[in-house]
Design a protein around this ligand. Structure first.
Ligand code: GCB
Length: 631
């Protein structure tokens, strides 16, 4: 087996490739030759990949072919195409950038391995100048491996079946789609070039304060200019680190985005050596008491946990779905979403920046929890955090992933909070030792944004070991679905007691990061019948009654925006059906009731006038919840 590098090869920059005055960009999406690895299709790459199959980029490969072996494949697959280096690029440095290779990627230019990266949802690049010739073509071969292990984020386990097939299991329900699900780029940069730009904004009165810092491949004079949305220069400065002021600033606000451009130029005397433009918005984010403030004003999150998931293309990025999903978010009155359970394609964040949708940016650390398989108790047969289970190697992979996510997404105004894990075993011994250094690292990498993690049902306000390290309590709860199924009255009492317990124990803002009920469109009932469209509505209404009674509540993200594909399991009929929209984005009845609630709220905290007082507000609960049927 080839060694697994712990960090991207090449320059450690995750700046999105853009065409500018000094940089050119060639998109390499399209149909590539494709094959599973076998005795003939494998490294070293010294020739053509011989296969009848072609796979589109960007797309996951799993659902494309009528072949179970491909869908269930565990290991490497290979993609190949020919690419041309434009002849005008002589004297420039030539780079390849893969926006994602899920979960491990290797890149060959002709016969040379130029990049190797682990981590399926973050980009990596390689400087291939020495291996290509402007005006000539080259053979580009990309290997992608979908294996999840204890040393990957997300984690998983590989076993071998009795008949010798390798099988992948993992600790999250969404399907482990793999392949080149995001774009591939060939691009040029000048010899001396900008490698990183960081922008942090503040507001003093009517002035926007913009702290910037620029890194370059060689020390060179730096000039920065701020342009407003009409392209007019509003301020400028010289120096690689500095502060700019924008008088009468137009703020980036939820629902009313306004973006400026920071044009960064490297100068040699008066000659421009390199130029790169980063878009940014001026806004502040702060947690104060039990409020989440954007630009100093309390913000109430309405929206969803989403997935990158559509039929056939799996997690393949698709601009038509991007536009349509945001239209539906707007239609339903959602002001935000969480990138559950991995960082999404950069196009999604850029779209959110432009359209004023607020994002909780989550890492791919989903499933650091062996207890979820433990059923009734939530304590698995093995402890989650131990030398034999999730250990220093897992933690190192998580840390590296955090570095890459924050490096990639730090300048997006839409991103207001990092969620560093989904449903870890925060109730188990070892959780604090695992997470405390990661929290510290995240705060070093980005001191400006609040931190959260989504807490699993088994982590309660009494046994959770890490919540005090974070700024916002994000709670995933399924009262009325996995517990008290069909009994919303009891569910309401337990939910309220649970939420009030967190608020009293930690005194922090709290949001529901997941609540939802599987629903078959077309299933109807006059009773509280799970799976019916009416039950999904009543389930959400019950949750909202509780949220509206608790002052510290700062938001609600329904699980899930749309139905999505899962691994095989008896809980699932063609995937997870907790979508408020179907997988092809048709509204279930709950979409209409959410719309009525959220368009009324308009991003503000619910007030008494906006919500009906609950009929039954009693929190006198006698029995302990039976966790029977819990996942
Ligand atoms: C959860 C997970 C989410 C699942 C969901 C469910 O708690 O965070 O990934 O899809 O439950 O529907 O079971």
């Amino acid at each position: 087996m080839t060694p697994r590098p712990s960090h991207p090869t090449g320059e450690n920059t995750l700046l999105k490739p853009r065409s500018t005055l000094t940089r050119e960009l060639v998109n390499l999406d399209g149909l590539w030759r494709f094959a599973l690895e076998d005795a003939n299709v494998r490294e070293p790459w010294t020739g053509a990949l011989v296969s009848k199959l072609e796979a589109p980029v960007p797309s996951s490969y799993n659902d494309l072919f009528a072949d179970q072996q491909i869908r269930d494949h565990v290991g490497w697959v290979w993609y190949q195409r020919t690419a041309w280096v434009p002849r005008g690029w002589s004297g420039e440095r030539v780079f390849l950038r893969l926006d994602a290779a899920t979960h491990e990627g290797k890149v060959y230019v002709n016969d040379v391995l130029v990049a190797h990266h682990v981590g399926g949802y973050t980009p990596f690049e390689a400087d291939i100048t020495e291996h290509v010739t402007p005006g000539a073509d080259f053979r580009l071969t990309v290997g992608v491996n979908n294996e999840l292990t204890r040393a990957t984020i997300p984690p998983g386990t590989i076993s071998v079946s009795q008949d010798g097939r390798r099988q992948q299991t993992y600790l999250h329900d969404f399907y482990n789609y793999a392949g080149l699900a995001r774009s591939v780029w060939l691009y040029s940069k000048p010899e001396r070039h900008i490698t990183d730009v960081t922008i942090v904004t503040g507001i003093i009165g009517r002035t926007g304060v913009v702290d910037y810092s620029v890194e370059a491949s060689q020390e060179t004079k730096v000039r920065v200019r701020v342009l407003d949305a009409t392209g007019r220069e509003v301020t400028n400065a010289v120096g690689s680190v500095g502060t700019l002021s924008i008088e009468d600033v137009l703020l980036w606000r939820p629902g009313a985005a306004y973006l400026y451009d920071l044009v960064v130029e490297l100068l040699d005397g008066e000659d421009m050596v390199d130029s790169y433009t980063e878009h940014f918005g001026v806004r502040t984010v702060e947690v104060r008491g039990t409020d989440f403030l954007i630009n100093g004003e309390p913000f109430y999150f309405t929206g969803f946990g989403k997935h990158e998931d559509t039929a056939v293309r799996g997690k393949g990025h698709d601009n038509a779905y991007l536009v349509h999903d945001f239209q539906l978010l707007d239609w339903v009155g959602a002001n935000s979403f969480r990138t559950s359970h991995y960082p999404y394609a950069e196009e999604v964040l850029e779209f959110a920046d432009r359209h004023g949708i607020v994002v909780v940016d989550e890492t791919a650390a989903v499933g650091l929890n062996l207890g979820v398989q433990g059923g009734l108790t939530g304590i698995g047969p093995q402890p989650t955090f131990s030398p034999d289970t999730f250990n220093h190697e897992t933690q190192a992979a998580h840390a590296q992933h955090l570095r890459e996510v924050i490096a990639r997404d730090k300048n997006h105004p839409s991103v207001v909070m990092w969620s560093i894990a989904n449903e870890p075993a925060s109730n188990e011994d070892g959780a604090r030792e695992f997470f405390e250094p990661l929290v510290k690292l995240a705060r070093q990498l980005d001191p400006t944004r609040p931190l959260t993690y989504a807490a699993v049902m088994f982590a309660t306000f009494q046994n959770d070991k890490i919540a005090d390290l974070f700024d916002v309590l994000s709670i995933n709860r399924y009262y009325g679905w996995y517990v008290f199924t069909g009994d919303l009255k009891t569910a309401e009492q337990y939910l309220e007691r649970d939420m009030r317990g967190w608020v009293e124990a930690f005194g922090k803002p709290i949001m529901m990061s997941e609540y939802g009920a599987d629903t078959m469109p077309g299933q109807h009932s006059i009773w509280d019948m799970p799976w019916s469209e009416e039950y999904q509505q009543s389930f959400l209404d019950m949750n909202h009654r509780v949220f509206d009674r608790i002052d510290a509540f700062i938001g609600e993200h329904v699980w899930n925006f749309a139905d999505f594909q899962t691994s095989n399991g008896i809980h699932r009929v063609d995937g997870n059906r907790k979508g408020v929209f179907t997988r092809d984005r048709k509204p279930k009845a709950a979409a209409h009731s959410l719309r009525a609630r959220w368009t009324g709220l308009n991003g503000a905290k619910p007030t008494e006038g906006q919500t009906k007082a609950a009929e039954n507000t009693s929190t006198d609960v006698r029995a302990e919840p039976a966790l029977e049927g819990a996942k």
